[in-house]
Design a protein around this ligand. Structure first.
Ligand code: ATP
Ligand code: MG
Length: 649
């Protein structure tokens, strides 16, 4: 092991076997790993049969000009047709596609596949009337309402790539994305419901468009009924344009490499990048992984709590589930409106079987206490998923016990905006679950952990996560910037995709994600991962959430500074809490990892996908002015944190 490798500090021995009945009926069985590894290209060629193609492809992969891949060469398909029409044609038009649950109680709406087909066709016809043609970009800035899904599918139907901008983002974030991808039309709403009150969206669009003269049309959904400014000749109500449009629309088949969407990464680490996904490969891998990783069966009721403004909402609310013809819940609001049991109430009501959320949410529920989910019947659940960051072992066990009734496998899915779909994850009927590990690459994917020289590390050691072979749903480029694409992802080691995450392999070869390489701390020459120290803090019974950063230190180079949210049951933690936590980290992983400083805070700065923005905390720890915070889910949070911070040395 080189000195540069990230130290391996955690010890986690708990293992959960897949339930026998699930294993016996699993969609993907153990032997598939080997079959896929023997011929990856053939494997992905076969998975393409999950889709309906207008013209069959002649070659699975063209990798003659790396890192620019072409998958399913010569094939033609329509993503929207695959998500909607074909299910209706197969006689499943009456099946519910979306159980929409608005934030206001009793505001629910079920939409069948037949209805969805009509709605998507009408929206496509309305966009045509606004002058939209194949290749035009459309920005979508909507709350979590059915129109968000309908709008995305309508764009896909026309071959007009969408760029969905999270509804919580500011006018600036919206205008910079519209300008970067030169969007022609914006689809938005008057507002949405957030924490029990209408929250406006249209004013941000009006402000953003002052800087975007090339936008010719704005389609506006009336959701809350609040007053809006109106620009005649540009703004059109959805109910005027879409509800009156024809329900007949014949989808055109597009080339497999036709752009499907541009998704800007959340900017946890810097300037957002417009990640380009194309149609064929993206659809194949999101369809396969939804089916395989969630062991999807036609009678399942699925719910992913992500926002459509995040890649998870694209692959695992829209394209993956709908291409499989699944029934799913779509929820508009926050977990605590009108009460902290809202999610569990929804699971109970719709008998949700497959549930997919983020560690940040699970830690919030841990903070609130297990008595809240205990009031609901969650026995319908059979598989739980996690995405967005490493799940702390303590949070994993809490999730399995209190939400999964101690019986459900947890699929900890590692992937990125750039990868388009799941890459590393347990398969629920095959893989043992180790709390905190994403386990192994899924069939057809080749992942490795390498050292600085690009050589695979030994079992038991840490390094950098890379993907060594192209995969169908890989990003094709950064929108308008091929050089940045090559430089960011493919230049570190020739032929390898550099994910930017630290990882280690355990003695069995299972992969443990250690956090971003940019966040790794260097304390007295030891490279420490944020994930392991945070997990050690979260394993203390008084702690709900923790974030650690490296702050400049005269003696050790960098020192560990921790920001901690206490569980509600811990009160203010008492006088000794800081010393207690420091000792706890010392005991769990060693003296080297003991934080120099621990701040008890009421909140942490997070992106829309619930990721902690350590960059901003580093500014706090080093007493600097806080940097660019435009991609925070809640822009006022940094003030709340510094105001409510209890510091201790
Ligand atoms: P930016 O690249 O602009 O900083 P982002 O990386 O936050 O944005 P995403 O693509 O949503 O945007 O996040 C991908 C990252 O999330 C991964 O690189 C990894 O750091 C983390 N991640 C996602 N899922 C997991 C997981 N199951 N375990 C550990 N880390 C995960
Ligand atoms: Mg990233």
């Amino acid at each position: 092991m080189t000195e540069q490798n990230i130290s391996n500090l955690s010890h986690e021995d708990r293992v959960f076997e897949p339930p026998a009945d699930l294993a016996a009926n699993a969609n993907v069985k153990a032997e598939v790993y080997e079959q896929a590894a023997a011929d990856r290209v053939k494997f992905w060629g076969e998975q393409a049969d999950r889709l309906t193609w207008g013209t069959p492809f002649t070659e699975v992969l063209d990798w003659s000009n790396p890192p620019f891949a072409k998958w399913y060469v010569g094939g033609k398909l329509n993503a929207s047709y695959n998500c909607v029409d074909r299910h209706v044609e197969a006689g499943n038009g009456d099946k519910v596609a979306l159980h929409f649950v608005g934030e206001p109680e009793d505001d629910t709406r079920d939409i069948t596949y037949a209805e969805l087909k009509d709605l998507v066709s009408q929206a496509a016809n309305a966009l045509i009337d606004l002058g939209v043609k194949a290749g035009d970009r459309i920005a979508i800035y909507l709350p979590m309402i059915p129109e968000a899904v309908i709008a995305m599918l309508a764009c896909a139907r026309l071959g007009a790539p969408h760029t969905v901008v999270f509804g919580g983002f500011s006018a600036d974030a919206l205008s910079s994305r519209i300008l970067d991808c030169e969007a022609k039309v914006v689809i938005t709403a008057d507002g949405g419901y957030r924490r029990g009150a209408p929250s406006a969206l249209k004013p941000a669009v009006d402000e953003a468009l002052q800087k975007c003269p090339d936008v010719t049309g704005v389609l506006v959904v009336r959701r809350t009924g609040q007053d809006v400014e109106w620009t005649e000749g540009r703004d059109v109500w959805w109910h005027d344009a879409v509800d009156t449009a024809s329900k007949d629309h014949t989808p055109e088949m597009f080339d497999a490499e036709h752009p499907l969407y541009v998704m800007y990464t959340s900017g946890t680490t810097g300037k957002p990048k417009g990640i380009l996904h194309t149609t064929g490969g993206y659809m194949v891998q999101s369809t396969y992984t939804f089916w395989g990783v969630f062991d999807y069966k036609p009678e399942d009721v699925y719910w992913c709590t992500a926002d459509v403004g995040w890649v998870t909402g694209h692959s695992y609310i829209v394209y993956g589930p709908l291409a499989n013809g699944a029934t799913q819940v779509l929820y508009e609001g926050t977990p605590d409106t009108p009460h902290k049991g809202r999610w569990w109430e929804i699971i109970e009501k719709y008998k949700v079987t497959l549930f997919y959320t983020a560690p940040t949410a699970i830690r919030t529920f841990m903070k609130w206490g297990e008595q809240i989910p205990a009031e609901h019947d969650l026995s319908s659940l059979r598989i739980l998923g996690s995405v967005g960051e490493s799940i702390n072992p303590e949070a994993y066990v809490w999730y399995r016990e209190n939400i999964g009734g101690g019986k459900t496998p947890i699929v900890d899915t590692w992937w990125q905006t750039e990868t388009g779909a799941h890459m590393i994850s347990p398969l629920p009927g095959v893989t043992k679950g180790k709390p905190g590990s994403a386990m192994t690459a899924i069939p057809g994917i080749a992942a490795e952990v390498v050292d600085d020289a690009g050589e695979p590390v030994e079992h038991g050691e840490g390094g950098y996560l890379v993907i060594t072979e192209p995969w169908p749903s890989m990003l094709r480029t950064i929108w308008g910037d091929d050089d940045r694409y090559k430089e960011t992802y493919w230049s570190r080691w020739p032929g390898f995709y550099f994910a930017g995450d630290g990882a280690r392999k355990d003695d069995d070869g299972a992969i443990w994600l250690l956090g971003r390489v940019d966040d790794v701390m260097n304390v007295s020459g030891h490279r420490l991962s944020t994930t392991e120290i945070e997990s050690a803090l979260v394993s203390h019974p008084k702690v709900a959430e923790a974030a650690v950063v490296g702050a400049t230190d005269e003696t050790t180079g960098q020192a560990v500074v921790a920001f901690v949210i206490l569980r509600e049951s811990a009160g203010d933690g008492g006088e000794e809490i800081v010393q207690e936590l420091r000792n706890h980290v010392g005991k769990e992983i060693g003296a080297i990892a003991k934080p120099r400083q621990i701040m008890i805070v009421p909140e942490l700065p997070k992106t829309r996908s619930g990721k902690i923005m350590r960059r901003l905390l580093r500014d706090v720890a080093e007493n600097r002015e806080v940097g660019d915070a435009t991609t925070l889910a809640d822009s006022g949070i940094m003030d709340k944190i510094t105001a409510g911070m209890k510091t201790a040395k």
